[in-house]
Design a protein around this ligand. Structure first.
Ligand code: NDP
Length: 279
């Protein structure tokens, strides 16, 4: 039979590691499927939708289409609705359903390392799209959270919005300069640490004292200054790779309608980690 096609759409798209990741999954599964990057400019999204709908089974969505794509979908899952952003679309009988697997990817990355969230004081740096996803998941697990952002207003807005949707009474916000010490888990959801901020830390070094986990959503470079500093202090670290990896696994499972075999997931995890280090 003919090859089933999947894709990732975005602009720019040439740096995406999703094609490598998903094609490795297909290869290990031994299926006649392929995953391709498609550059779609913002002004071409509307015209691109029927082409995607009629030729492929599913696609991932990245910058700058994660919000805009929502206009063209027939249905949305709960998380995509809550985040106001879609990263995965499944096409069935000509209908498009939007999902967002970033939050599941984040939670899977914590599970993989057996991170216990109970009674932990958590600091989240950033108030953008990825901070929203992380905060939503943590609040749904019953965690207490402080959102620290450069622009105070954006941090306040996110905290207020999350409080409204979760009613948890457990989310605060502050300016990134005003963070008080005493956090167990510190999470960076800003681009500080990646190019062009390679030698910068999103928060002051002193704030790492006493922490049991430092998590950086940045995956390139593999070890940001924040993670190197934490490791020197013998604090456990997690970088952005596991989250990225598991959001892809979850997307694949949505398209398949079943869970992937552990040996396939584990094999691709190791291979992709090596692939990224060589990049
Ligand atoms: P957004 O653009 O939506 O948000 C960026 C956030 O970072 C804002 O809160 C912004 O603050 C803050 N910020 C930006 N530049 C600086 C700076 N120089 N100093 C301090 N704060 C700054 O980005 P995303 O949330 O989508 O992504 C953030 C990072 O997370 C990305 O760089 C990416 O590396 C990583 N990421 C990783 C994923 C993974 O799977 N591992 C998934 C998604 C993202 P302000 O409001 O003041 O502008």
């Amino acid at each position: 039979g003919s090859t089933c096609l999947y894709a990732v759409i975005g602009d720019p798209i040439s740096h995406s590691i999703s094609p490598e990741l998903h094609n490795q999954i297909f290869e290990r599964m031994g299926v006649n499927k392929a995953y391709i990057p498609i550059r779609i400019r913002p002004q071409d999204l509307q015209n691109g939708i029927p082409l995607l709908r009629d030729n492929i089974k599913g696609f991932n969505v990245t910058i700058p289409h994660k919000q805009e794509i929502m206009k063209y979908l027939d249905d949305l899952d709960e998380r995509a609705r809550a985040y106001g952003a879609v990263n995965t679309v499944k096409i069935e009988d000509g209908k498009l359903k939007g999902y967002n697997t970033d939050g599941l990817g984040f939670m899977m990355s914590l599970e993989r390392e057996n991170i216990d969230l109970e009674h932990k004081r958590i600091l989240l740096a950033g108030a953008g799209g990825s901070a929203r996803v992380v905060a939503y998941e943590l609040l749904h697990k019953g965690c207490s959270l402080t959102i620290a952002n450069r622009s105070e207003k954006r941090g306040q807005q996110l905290a207020a919005e999350l409080e409204k949707s979760t009613g948890s009474g457990k989310v605060k916000s502050c300016r990134i300069e005003d963070i008080q010490p005493g956090y167990d888990i510190i999470i960076n959801a800003t681009p500080v640490g990646m190019h062009p901020f390679i030698d910068e830390m999103p928060i002051k070094e002193e704030l790492l004292e006493g922490a049991s986990l430092v998590y950086d959503l940045v995956y390139n470079p593999d070890q940001t200054k924040l993670l190197r500093t934490a490791a020197e202090k013998r604090i456990k670290t997690i970088n952005g790779f596991p989250m990225l990896f598991y959001q892809a696994i979850k997307a694949q499972e949505i398209w398949l309608g079943e869970t992937l075999r552990d040996d396939i997931t584990d094999g691709v995890f190791i291979e992709m980690k090596e692939y990224l280090l060589k990049k």
